[in-house]
Design a protein around this ligand. Structure first.
Ligand SMILES: O=C(O)CCC(=O)C(=O)O
Ligand SMILES: [Fe+2]
Length: 397
């Protein structure tokens, strides 16, 4: 399993111009409710996972547990359990799978997961939510009807009917109900007030942000998991399948804030995500445009921008922007007012695993595509040259 689905939340902006340093953010899963280990599981700990998933098996749901990995990772992994374990109590399966997941993490990462778990535990044990209804997914009060209809139809046509694609790979659409935006803004304000009153040192989404908050850290992780699975994955399956859009299985959910006494702008970067959702929650502001500069794989992240890849977008409250994490972007200075956005970095452990073993995984990179075209042009030109050489030879006897 990739550690990317664990708790790393840093933007991968290190190599890019005009960027800050890579940071830890928060990741997925809150706290594991550590009970004592039962012997049944200990004796099974040397059992191996199956090579192929058991597709007939219907996995348990893990949404109601406080775990240090995303609940959907447990549901996916359950299909790989040895057959003798499938009928076991859910707690036993959780312990077994958690041990496996931890085993895959290097030692330093394991410590970080542990520390982060304690950090979340501290917040959740004393923070009193303001609007409890936000903590469970209620589609009808969260999303606008046009968006819900497109999701329930679940076809490329239905998605295209509510979306614009003003630049290749950047999709914009109306998504959240104004009332939901208001409640979320009030919840974030309430959380920040608690942080100040309690003099609690919170982790920011990234070192590039001095403000903002990780929503997963104060209890919204399960709701955001449902948000991703039910409402982002179906769209990504259609538009971003080549970067794991259909297998998104974990997320990093946070708020960014700009304006007076807040962050001003955001440097040029790529996200630590396969697919990024960026929704403007409010309030009133000027400036703060997003700028996009083409999709790049690791090898080409610092290459120049072609004119057709340049795209600037002014965000509107309630509107969503959906793009590949590797689509290079940044945000210009918010020159007045207060701009607050919800960010959901969606990740696919399957895609990250496959990327490790397959070299040619970047057909979606603008520069790879250009290189490929150039190679084709050169080979066509070479073929023509050889053909005319033989023709000339034939003519000249
Ligand atoms: O400020 C914005 O809207 C962009 C935020 C962003 O790109 C990010 O947090 O990764
Ligand atoms: Fe970003």
């Amino acid at each position: 399993m990739s550690s990317g689905q664990g708790e790393s939340g840093g933007r991968q902006e290190g190599q890019l111009p005009a960027s800050g340093s890579v940071v830890t953010g928060g990741g997925n899963g809150v706290v594991f409710s550590g009970e004592s280990i039962r012997p049944a599981v200990v004796s099974l700990s040397n059992q191996r996972l199956r090579l192929n998933p058991n597709k007939e098996h219907k996995p348990d749901t893990y949404d109601d547990l406080q775990l240090d990995f995303s609940p959907s990772i447990f549901s996916s992994l359950e299909r790989y359990l040895p057959p003798s374990m499938l009928g076991m109590p859910r707690d036993d399966k959780v312990k077994f799978m958690r041990e496996i997941l931890l085993k895959y993490l290097p030692h330093g990462e394991r410590n970080r997961v542990q520390k982060h778990r304690e950090y979340r535990q501290k917040i959740i044990s004393s923070y009193q939510p303001l609007h409890r209804e936000l903590y469970t997914m209620h589609p009808a009060t969260t999303f606008v009807p046009s968006f819900l209809k497109a999701i329930s139809d679940n076809t490329e046509e239905s998605f295209r009917s509510i979306m614009s694609e003003p630049s290749p790979g950047v999709f914009t659409f109306e998504m959240l109900q104004p009332r939901f935006c208001e409640l979320l803004l009030a919840e974030v304000e309430n959380f920040e007030k608690w942080v100040n009153d309690a003099k609690f040192r919170i982790m920011r989404p990234n070192t590039m942000n001095r403000y903002g908050a990780v929503l997963d850290d104060f209890g919204l992780e399960t709701m955001l998991d449902k948000f991703m699975e039910g409402f982002i994955r179906p769209i990504s399956r259609v538009f971003f399948s080549e970067v794991g859009g259909s297998t998104l299985d974990s997320h990093h959910g946070f708020i960014v804030e700009y304006g007076n006494n807040r962050d001003v702008d955001l440097g040029f970067h790529v996200d630590d995500s396969e697919v990024t959702l960026n929704v403007c929650l409010g309030k009133q502001f000027s400036g703060g445009e997003l700028f996009f500069r083409g999709t790049r794989c690791d090898k080409h992240v610092n290459t120049g921008t072609q004119s057709e890849e340049t795209f600037d977008y002014s965000h509107v409250p309630g509107q969503a922007v959906l793009h590949r994490g590797r689509h290079r972007h940044g945000a210009r200075a918010t020159t007045s007012g207060h701009r607050i956005n919800l960010l959901l970095w969606c990740r696919s452990s399957v895609f990250r695993e496959m990327k490790k073993y397959q070299k040619d995984f970047s057909g979606w990179c603008g520069e790879c595509q250009r290189e490929k075209k150039e190679r084709q042009r050169t080979s066509i030109a070479a073929t023509k040259l050889v053909k005319s050489f033989f023709l000339l030879k034939k003519i000249n006897g």
